[in-house]
Design a protein around this ligand. Structure first.
Ligand SMILES: *Cc1c(COP(=O)(O)O)cnc(C)c1O
Length: 373
């Protein structure tokens, strides 16, 4: 099995697992309890919060632990929408966002909010003038993802945050594919809200974070004991929080060397694939994360390649759309639905070897010759 689907999820790093394990059994305390076991758990959460804050260059107190990026995104978008209802009911986002953002916005439309879904250019990049023109005086929130999960395309978050602020709107970013991959300084970016998940960078599934600038008022989605500054009630999931913290610490030290390794593999792969007739890369080649390769195989149905190479994990379209494999709405927004049906995402990770990548490009090459004749 060759795993080329690291944008869907990654394996838990052994060091992360080792850090988490004691917190399931011996150190099982409730972080809200006052006794010794509780204090131990609460200290572990505190340490993890500091590890996240040090990766993102923000205040530990501005971080809210959630069950993942999806929940963090829901809390950010609905939280702003509900809190700002009297100020305005207009939200600006992008047609190539993850379904967690798109579907949350669609839900708000049902409640009477108005949402503008901006188009992207054919390279997946947002035109800043288009963004500026879409923001109105009644716009409460602009939500633009940092790195696209299907193409790796990187948006100019800092500039877009500034455009939102100029018109008095808040800015939120789904940074699920960005965190842990390259240095991020929340102090510099000027975003108000930022969401991500642990399992996209070798942490556990089911844990994520919403960063919220202390000045931003959110209406919580989950009410109860008032945990996480009242923004997310419920007993803290200490083992997963500890794991997320450790994943952040490791990423902080190792993201540079990971980048070097992964970029070499990705570029070698693309070099070989692009020699095949009719292939091209979807997404801006310059503003693109080093781990993603979205290939358009013109004239070939992508499902055929995926079905015939069962030992290689790759992805067409949005795997997140439950059981139905729909062509990618991201590639469709860039090149049309036909291109979406002929494109495959390969996403590389730190555990991959050059040998595995060569095996993959060789298999695709052989299959490509067969499918085109
Ligand atoms: C994976 C992903 C999500 C959702 O993360 P969950 O852990 O499933 O909640 C959201 N946005 C992007 C860009 C993603 O890649």
């Amino acid at each position: 099995m060759i795993y080329l689907d690291n944008n869907a999820t990654t394996p838990v790093d052994e060091r992360v697992l080792a850090e988490m394990l004691p917190f399931f059994s011996q150190r099982f305390g409730n972080a809200a309890s006052r006794h010794a076991l509780g204090v131990e758990a609460s200290n572990a959460v505190k340490k993890a919060r500091e590890q996240v804050a040090s990766l993102l260059h923000c205040w530990a107190d501005d971080l809210v632990f959630t069950s993942g990026a999806t929940e963090a995104i829901n809390l950010a978008i609905k939280g702003v929408a509900f809190a700002k209802r009297s100020k305005g009911q207009h939200i600006v986002t992008v047609s190539t966002e993850h379904s967690a953002v798109i579907d949350t916005c669609r839900f708000l439309e049902e409640l009477g909010y108005e949402v503008t879904y901006l188009p992207v250019q054919s390279d997946g990049i947002l035109d800043l003038e288009v963004v500026a023109d879409a923001i109105r005086t009644d716009t409460i929130l602009v939500s633009v993802m940092y790195v696209n999960n299907e193409t790796g395309v990187i948006q100019s978050i800092k500039e877009i945050a500034a455009l939102a602020h100029e018109k008095g709107a808040l800015f939120m970013s789904d940074a699920t594919q960005a965190v842990g991959k390259f240095p991020i300084s929340l102090k510099e970016l000027g975003v108000d809200l930022l969401a991500f998940s642990g399992h996209k960078f070798y942490g556990p599934k089911g844990i994520g974070v919403l960063y919220r600038d202390a000045n931003v008022v959110l209406t919580p989605l989950i009410h109860g004991g008032g945990h996480e500054r009242g923004l997310r009630s419920g007993t803290l999931n200490v083992p997963l929080i500890v794991g997320l913290g450790k994943a952040c610490e490791i990423a902080n030290y190792e993201m540079g060397q990971n980048e070097v390794h992964i970029r070499v593999l990705r570029d070698k792969f693309e070099e070989k694939i692009l020699r095949l007739q009719g292939t091209s890369i979807n997404g801006c080649l310059i503003k693109r994360l080093y781990n993603t390769s979205n290939v358009w195989f013109k004239g070939i149905n992508a499902e055929k390649i995926i079905m015939m190479l069962q030992d290689i994990s790759m992805s067409s379209g949005s795997a997140c759309t439950a059981l139905i494999m729909e062509p990618s709405h991201v590639i469709a927004a860039m090149h049309g639905i036909g291109a979406a049906e002929e494109s495959i995402r390969f996403s590389f990770g730190k555990t991959l070897t050059l040998k595995e990548v060569d095996l993959t490009s060789d298999s695709i090459e052989q299959l490509h010759h067969r499918l085109r004749t």
